[in-house]
Structure formats: C-alpha cells, structure tokens
Write a protein of this length. Structure first.
Length: 336
C-alpha cells in the first residue's frame, strides 16, 4: 500500500485549483465562528448555559465535525484529479521454460479430420497452452515450402495469441519443409539462457521442400541442448481434404501420409518424444509433459500499465462523511 501511494501520479492535476474552496471555507469559518446567529430563540438561556458547562466536549465536537467535512472535500478533489499508479519497468526473477512452437501451415493442414480443420484445431489448442503458461517465454515459427519466425520469444501472451490467430495457409508457397521449420526454431532458441529449451514441432506430412535436412537440424538442436517434441497431425487411414474443382471446392478422401519414422528420429536425437495426434486430446498430452519439466530462474523485464486508484481517496472520504453525519445527528443533535 505504501509503495502504491509513493508511485501515484495525477492524470488531471488542474482539478487541484478547487483546493481554494476548502481554504476559503476555513477562512470564513474561523472569521465568523464567534458571530454565529442563533438558530433557536429562547427567553431564558440559563438552562442551556448549565447544560454546556456539564458537557464542554460538544464544543470540540463542533470543530471536529467541521474538520471532517473539510477533509472529505479535499479527498474528493484529489479523486477528481485521477490518481494513477505510474507505469514502471519491473525486473523480476521467474521460473520459466523457453518454448518455440513450429507449426506446419501447408495445404494438407486444411484436412477436415479435425474440426474445423487441422490447422485451426492446432491453433486453438496452442492458444489454450499459451494462456496457461504464465511466465514462460514462447515464440512461434511457421513453415510450408520455407519457414520464418512469426513471433520471437516473448512473455507478452496477448500479442502472441493475436499473431497466432492470424496465421493462415497460403502466406508461404505450398510444401513441407520440416528441416527448415526445425532449424528456424533452433535459431530462435540457441542463445537462450534458460535451462530448459523446448521446440514443439507439429506437421501432418512428409518432408518434400526446404534446404536443410531434418536430421541435420535435429543434430544442431542437440548441440544447443534443445529438446524437440514432434507431433504427427492426422487420423489413421484416410481423411477428407478440400480440393478445388470446376464445380467449386469439394471434400475428397485421401490417404494420410506422415513420416513418423523421421519424426521419431528427430525426437530421439534431441531427447524429446514423438506423439501421434489423431484428435485434439492427443495434442494436449505433450503440454502435460512440458508442465512436468524442470524450470529455471531468469530475470524478466516487464512493463506495468497505469491503473486508476481513485478509490484510495473516495473510500476514506465516504467513511469520514458517514462518521461526520453520525456525530452531527447523535452527539450534536443537529436538526436538518
């Protein structure tokens, strides 16, 4: 609380000009406190003189009640000035894993054995995973006939999720360059200072493009102590693929071909694990495994946004106002 008060800044300080009002009220009150016009005329004041001699504290309560009203007015003026906690760059130590998701966006990922299709299902599960990883740094690589980094390692989960939502098939020429997709992910992780470095590689095809052999990329990952978890996306047997025809896009049953031997070899070289995801639940299994991995502490810089904290002034103002009303209509017995 004390630290919050120290960091308060006022967004609209011009409201402080209203502080002249309580100053004028105090001046008027002190000037006229001995010239109060009686509100009740009584032919004999002796009983009242005796009464006030018995309870002189009521005189002090009058001053106290006035002081409460002035404090309430000042607090409300401070609230009008929009007190805010200032934006800060905070450096903290957090336990994290550095993770790169390398996602195949080739045409075959539009197959509809997953709903609505493989690519959208992979994106939705990845978003769930990213949302649950509070402190980990996560990045995104996409690949088809080539690969590129969509988002470097970041702790800004909202930005990463927005980028992932916009990923679509067609932003790269069609093909499946597994080696390039893996190598690009390694390049994003090789200089990381995290103890645990992980690549999640998702694909539904056979390597048929790119300039880097997948096993060469796996050996490079091993050199940098990067663990690669590979996931083969697709049901067993056949799956409905959208195919453009003269009569529009139609679903055609085609054989599911995944180079599982290659994906298993990549995961073995890097001390990872291979998964065959025939449905969305299989995709979640790898995330459960990552949750159990060791973590490491690193320093992470974060921006903290400005927040309105007017309640720090309005709350005591309301409490004091109610307290003042209670004094006025009980101990001082004022008539409204």
């Amino acid at each position: 609380m004390i630290e919050t008060i120290k960091n308060i800044k006022f967004a609209e300080p011009y409201w402080f000009i209203l502080l002249i009002i309580p100053a004028l009220i105090i001046f008027y009150y002190l000037k006229n406190k001995n010239r109060t016009t009686p509100t009740l005329i009584w032919s004999n004041t002796l009983p009242f003189q005796t009464y006030y001699k018995q309870i002189p504290y009521k005189i002090y309560l009058e001053y106290f009640s006035f002081a409460i009203k002035i404090i309430v007015l000042i607090l409300m003026i401070f609230a009008l000035a929009r007190p805010q906690t200032s934006e800060q760059l905070i450096e903290e130590e957090k336990e994290i894993i550095d993770i790169i998701i390398s996602l195949d966006i080739s045409g075959s990922m539009l197959a509809q054995d997953f709903r609505p299709d493989r690519l959208e299902a992979c994106k939705n599960i990845a978003i769930e995973f990213i949302s649950n990883r509070k402190h980990d740094r996560i990045g995104l690589v996409v690949f088809s006939s080539a690969s590129f980094t969509q988002c470097p390692l970041t702790t800004d989960k909202a930005a990463l999720i927005n980028i992932l939502k916009r990923v679509t098939h067609g932003i790269i020429e069609d093909g499946t360059a597994i080696g390039d997709g893996l190598a690009t992910a390694v390049a994003r992780l090789k200089d990381s200072d995290a103890k645990s470095k992980v690549i999640i590689l998702l694909t539904d095809g056979v390597n048929n493009a790119g300039s880097i052999p997948p096993l060469t990329a796996a050996e490079i990952a091993k050199t940098y102590n990067i663990r690669v978890y590979t996931i083969g996306i697709g049901s067993i047997g056949e799956a409905p693929y959208p195919v453009k025809t003269p009569f529009g896009t139609q679903l055609v049953k085609m054989k599911v071909e995944i180079d599982e031997n290659l994906l298993k070899k990549i995961s073995e070289i890097t001390d990872g694990q291979y998964f065959r995801a025939t449905d969305p639940n299989k995709l979640r299994q790898i995330y459960e495994l990552i949750d159990k991995m060791e973590k490491t502490k690193i320093k992470v810089k974060e921006f903290r946004k400005k927040n309105d904290v007017f309640y720090l002034f309005t709350t005591p103002a309301v409490i004091l106002l109610l307290f003042g009303i209670l004094i006025d209509y009980t101990l001082l017995k004022k008539i409204p």
